[in-house]
Design a protein around this ligand. Sequence first.
Ligand code: ATP
Ligand code: MG
Length: 257
Amino acid sequence: MPVLAMRDLTRRYGSFLAVDSVSFAIEEGDILGYLGPNGSGKSTTVKMLTGLIEPTSGETLFRGRPVHADLTGYKRAIGYVPEEAQLYGFLTGWEYLKMVAVLRGLEPAVFKSKASALLEAFTLYPHRDAAITSYSKGMRQRIALISATMHDPDLLIRDEPFTGLDVTSSLVLRQVIERLAAAGKAIFFASPAIEVVERLRNRFVLLRQGRPIAAGSMTETLAQLGYSRLEDAFVQMAEETDTARTAAAIVDAIRSF
Ligand SMILES: Nc1ncnc2c1ncn2[C@@H]1O[C@H](COP(=O)(O)OP(=O)(O)OP(=O)(O)O)[C@@H](O)[C@H]1O
Ligand SMILES: [Mg+2]
């Protein structure tokens, strides 16, 4: 039985179809990269997967059970960071992690040793007593990752986990994801970028205007789209394909008057 399964997941905003009948499953040890250009419906899917918004139709199953049957239990079981995380910027990194640990029901002693080790590994330990508002983008990404994984979840769901990370942190994250998968965890991540995902040995779903247009390994995905490079496929997937013309129009507009 897959860890996570989506069945015809669909979301409308008014009459606008943001996610159109997406179905896929993630097994233990699977990494699924959910890729697509800006506005293609990635975050909307993530929000449905994490129970933040309701699908218009379709459903998400966690180990075979509809997540809405026990949304609170599901949220506790999975690794995700609620968007409200940004509201807690007045807390220090340590206080924020402690709050998450309490919400997750982690023993104080377990929290202390885990948080210390994770902060150390993510080179955040010296900054643990500074307010999150003072953190850089990459530091916030890393603290978010710690808060999502501290309770050792079987399923990790992240929206753009690589955004804002420098080369080293990106490499570390990629290897962390691969090791977690090797340990049997299921991982779902959304990304609009290709460079960070190209070397991950995982499966992909390529999304265009809310619809999956290709899925499978990198080779399979490219074959379905008729390209040899993912970058070419991405350019074709975007709304505006003539990048030079777009850039010229933008500069013309900036320099007019
Ligand atoms: N709350 C909302 N109300 C109305 N439309 C929305 C809402 N949220 C998203 N949309 C629309 O749904 C579409 C998909 O948005 P979404 O945020 O899922 O895209 P995305 O793939 O995550 O893009 P990005 O790469 O820029 O993060 C967009 O056209 C967006 O305008
Ligand atoms: Mg998004």
